[in-house]
Design a protein around this ligand. Structure first.
Ligand code: ACO
Length: 327
């Protein structure tokens, strides 16, 4: 069976570190509260010159180098982001321009913190159906440019970064993306949003003022949803593959909150050494968190060829999904 196999992975984060103590000088919070409720100790903050496309291009170049591929060999680019350089053109087009290559398909997928899950599944489908033989898949977000830095319930959660993988077609079916589960429930759109700048609340119009100019989140609702959705998507994708949780070598969940990760881990019955966690260093990097996790896991020797890797994400939409990958 023809599938997309991960040939290379890379990531990048901005240099600037913002610790919990730094945050407690900005809003009424403490390191103790943030660590206890989220597991986050620090996060990376984009500088004025960092954008989704600059971070995404850097991660992409690292993934291409790891795959031993020249940018000119790429056949498509899919970018999971909700904090792109501009409303349009797509961030994938800016990354295409930065790579300096001939025209190929390039587009964004908007699925918030599940952006990389959706983008990878999409690229794999394009490979499986023979449209392309390889794809660059990027997950990038720069949410710190969208959060309300006076709202302690959201500004402590997010950080910036980008991760990328190169998928290459394989006809043997022994490695690659094994199964996917993608879900969305628009009824939950009200729980997390950034309302301004779209056609409903255009910039410059009176109705775009107030909270619509910042990330809005009902944390408790999103938390309740995430605990159930992460576990459900994981169980479903494992079952679709005819496997069991004990077959998973490494679980790389979206890094939003350590308590949400531990709840999913518990449902799967996985020991700590099979669960990848880096939320303490980067916070919630939205669409970037899973490819950053995959890249760090590989760099630290926690992922080897043939391992069964379970990835799962959830986010604004509400959207959620899981990809089971034979590394
Ligand atoms: N420091 C101190 N106190 C705080 C802070 C803070 N940074 N933030 C909120 N609080 C206070 C609130 O004001 C509230 O006080 P009150 O009870 O006096 O009103 C209290 O803490 C809330 O406490 P809890 O409800 O116990 O907080 P909870 O344990 O639910 O944790 C959190 C809040 C961390 C936001 C949690 O709900 C969460 O992680 N939700 C999920 C968020 C998420 O994962 N989003 C991902 C999607 S993002 C995307 O798609 C782009």
């Amino acid at each position: 069976m023809r599938r997309g196999v991960v040939a290379g992975v890379g990531f990048t984060v901005p240099d600037r570190v913002l610790t919990n103590d730094d945050l407690s000088a900005l809003v009424d919070t403490t390191d103790e509260w943030i660590v206890q409720r989220t597991g986050i100790k620090e996060r990376r903050i984009a500088g004025p010159e960092d954008t989704a496309s600059t971070l995404g291009t850097d991660a992409a170049r690292k993934a291409l180098a790891a795959a031993g591929m020249a940018p000119e060999e790429l056949q498509m680019i899919v970018c999971g982001t909700v904090t792109g350089d501009m409303a349009f053109p797509s961030t994938a087009c800016f990354i295409h321009e930065a790579l300096g290559i001939a025209p190929i398909p390039a587009y964004d997928v908007g699925a918030a913190c599940a952006g990389f899950i959706y983008a990878l599944a999409n690229a794999n489908a394009m490979i499986a159906t023979g449209v392309v033989d390889n794809a660059l898949v990027i997950g990038v977000d720069v949410l710190t440019k969208y959060v309300d830095w006076t709202d302690r319930s959201t500004c402590v959660l997010f950080g910036d970064g980008a991760g990328a993988v190169v998928l290459k077609a394989s006809e043997t079916g022994d490695r690659g993306l094994v199964k996917t589960v993608l879900l969305a429930d628009g009824g939950g759109a009200k729980h997390i949003s950034y309302e301004s700048g779209g056609s409903r609340y255009p910039f410059g119009e009176p109705q775009s003022q107030g909270r619509r100019l910042k990330v809005y989140m009902n944390g408790a609702e999103v938390y309740r949803f995430a605990v159930v959705a992460m576990g459900d998507a994981c169980c479903r994708v494992i079952e679709l593959a005819g496997l069991e949780p004990k077959d998973i070598q490494l679980f790389v969940p979206h890094q939003a909150n350590l308590r949400i990760i531990r709840a999913a881990q518990e449902r799967l019955g996985l020991p700590d050494e099979r669960v990848f966690v880096n939320v303490e260093k980067y916070g919630n990097t939205s669409g970037a968190s899973i490819p950053i996790g995959l890249a760090e896991a590989e760099q630290t020797g926690r992922l080897t060829k043939g391992d069964l890797v379970l990835t799962v994400g959830f986010g604004a939409g509400l959207v959620w999904g899981a990809n089971l990958i034979r590394w």
